[in-house]
Design a protein around this ligand. Sequence first.
Ligand code: F6R
Length: 367
Amino acid sequence: EKGGFDHFMLKEIHEQPKAYRDTMRGRLSDDGRSVALSELNITPEQLRGINRVHIVACGTAMHAGLVGKTVIEQLARIPVETDVASEYRYRSPIITPDTLVIVVSQSGETADTLAALREAKRCGARVLAITNVVGSSVAREADDVIITLAGPEIAVASTKAYTSQLIAFYLFGLHLAQTRGTQDEAFVANVLAAMQALPEQVEKILAQAETIKGIAESISHHRSLFFIGRGIDYAVALEGSLKLKEISYIHSEAYAAGELKHGTLALIEEGVPVIALLTQEELYEKTISNIKETKARGAHVFGIYNEGHEAEVAKSVDRQFAIPRTLPLLTPALSVIPLQLLSYYASLALGHDVDKPRNLAKSVTVE
Ligand code: F6R
């Protein structure tokens, strides 16, 4: 049942190229140059009338929503807020009829997410669900549904569901952009072409799992570490940190790279591992200078960056891992893969139950 892998988590990490292809399949026009999300009931006119978007979810799904925020804001220029479902419900969010609420849930049964969906509907918003389970409560109660086609996810730590949610956000962001005319045809076609290259690029990363394994073994002896990044890299840093805590029980914190010097830098001392994401080229120099701040205090830095920057990165980090080149908005679909492998191999090195970490359940149906 584990298809030759030692754990479901590793199997599911390796299923990501297929999950990307399956989630994209049938959702592009015949010539592959535009998005065709024919499952949506929401009309083009209604899509044009949306003035704000709220993305609501828990845990890893919320982290996909943080990437989704950047995707929708950049592609469709609509203001987006992403919130944790257990907070959203209780802060009397400003929901108007021109608000689109997007709930994201692998299982479609998470209690807080479902309650947020109901609250949004009660306030008159339209709800779009991104879920992996057809017929789940979230799928049944939402006005529109985009099913991620990740296939069943068994490991408690979510991997392929998260990346499929990213694909769903890219497709929906492009769909909004096409409909609202915020991006031209050539732009959309270019993003879709880059998306279609992602599965093979993920394969390339997976083929280098041994490199990540070595790094995982070296961090597994540490009690605490940091993940840093800017922009969309920060969203991925949060997911990398959650994954590591969840299955390896090593404490870590994700920080917006520029925010370190406002307090957290005090915790960086000799030998503390810092995992730095450097995929956004326009923010590159800024992040490098934050890396230098940590190195000056003895941090041991592991950099994840775009292929082609080896020479510059080598000067500032101790160990490095290059991801294949893609568009800046699409890098999370690649950069999260080494982080998933890092937590898997760290958990393995420490002898923990990778697929069933302590204190956690796959589907959280209590509030
Ligand atoms: C972490 C993880 C959890 C879930 C969260 C929401 O790896 O799996 O953080 O993402 O419990 O679950 P769903 O997506 O089923 O609503």
